[in-house]
Design a protein around this ligand. Structure first.
Ligand code: AMP
Length: 283
């Protein structure tokens, strides 16, 4: 695996590959890699001639300095994992390389999809996401990009970035990988202590429960029961949101509607660790 820390040398390398008609797959990450990230690398490796992974903990998308300073960093292990899983190129830039002085944060109006859910609870988060995703797409110019359904709202934003900038990039959304007990794999899971790790099993349990009981109750009742399930399971949990929304507009739905594809999204704090997850309810 080739490792690049500088934009210029990465661009030269990828340019030479592109001249050979090489199809490039790209998996952006913030590192602390787990099997969920690796599943994206594996899909990309199957569908492209070369796969580029980036590891960059993007400070611009953190609205909480504690979350940023405690974000796990496991670069040596990440490199081993990538090498063992058919990743061809790692882009691992320093912050100065990505954001030289005077670098500004995107401030584009993407409308409701960036204002709701994560946008509401993490002000500025999507401005940071838009800034880094655009920048990485411009540097790497991939044919295909791989994002996880785990960050469903982020996928909707990336879809808009591609459309608004006329990037010729295919967005591929990959399923969420879960631990045996159902907890979605996440870099932040490392920060949970043993007690908290047991507590957060309520997240997938509640999402699966909502899926099973979808259409059995009114939407409001279903949400209320789900919220009660979570808060009565432990006093260390604090819900940011639990919302059932339309998959395209991300607008909350209040009634069941035929033909409307929906999903439930959940964000909560367990102690000082914030976790998100979601589940498709109808396709
Ligand atoms: P992150 O490093 O958290 O920014 O994630 C990098 C990419 O991996 C994003 O597209 C995530 O949606 C995706 N990802 C994170 N967790 C999982 C998971 N459990 N299963 C599949 N993809 C994931």
């Amino acid at each position: 695996m080739k490792i690049f820390k500088e934009i210029a040398s990465l661009k030269i390398y990828l340019h030479s590959k592109r001249n050979e008609n090489t199809k490039i797959g790209f998996v952006p990450t913030m590192g602390a890699l787990h099997k969920g990230h690796i599943s994206l690398i594996n899909v990309s490796a199957k569908e492209n001639d070369i796969t580029v992974c980036s590891i960059f903990v993007n400070p611009k998308q953190f609205n909480n300095s504690y979350d940023l300073s405690t974000y796990p960093k496991t670069i040596e292990n990440d490199i081993k994992l990538l090498e063992a899983n058919n990743c061809d190129v790692l882009f691992y830039p320093d912050e100065n390389e990505i954001y030289p002085e005077h670098e500004i944060t995107a401030n584009e109006d993407f409308g409701f999809i960036t204002k709701t859910l994560e946008g509401e609870y993490r002000p500025g988060h999507f401005d940071g996401v838009i800034t880094i995703v655009k920048k990485l797409f411009e540097i790497i110019e991939p044919d295909n990009v791989y994002f996880g359904q785990k960050d469903f709202q982020q996928c909707a934003v990336v879809d808009q970035i591609i459309k608004r900038n006329d990037f010729s990039i295919q967005l591929k959304i990959c399923e969420t990988l879960r631990e045996d007990d159902g907890l979605a794999m996440s870099s932040r899971n490392i920060r949970l202590n043993d007690e908290e790790r047991k507590t957060v099993i309520i997240i997938p349990q509640t999402l699966f429960w909502i899926k099973e009981n979808y259409r059995k109750y009114k939407i409001d009742e279903l949400k209320l029961m789900a919220i009660n399930k979570i808060i009565s399971s432990s006093t260390s949990l604090k819900i940011d949101y639990l919302e059932i929304v339309d998959q395209v507009s991300l607008k909350p739905i209040t009634e069941y509607e035929k033909g409307k594809n929906t999903l439930v999204l959940l964000a909560l704090w367990c102690g000082n660790v914030r976790l998100i997850d979601n589940m498709i309810l109808t396709n």
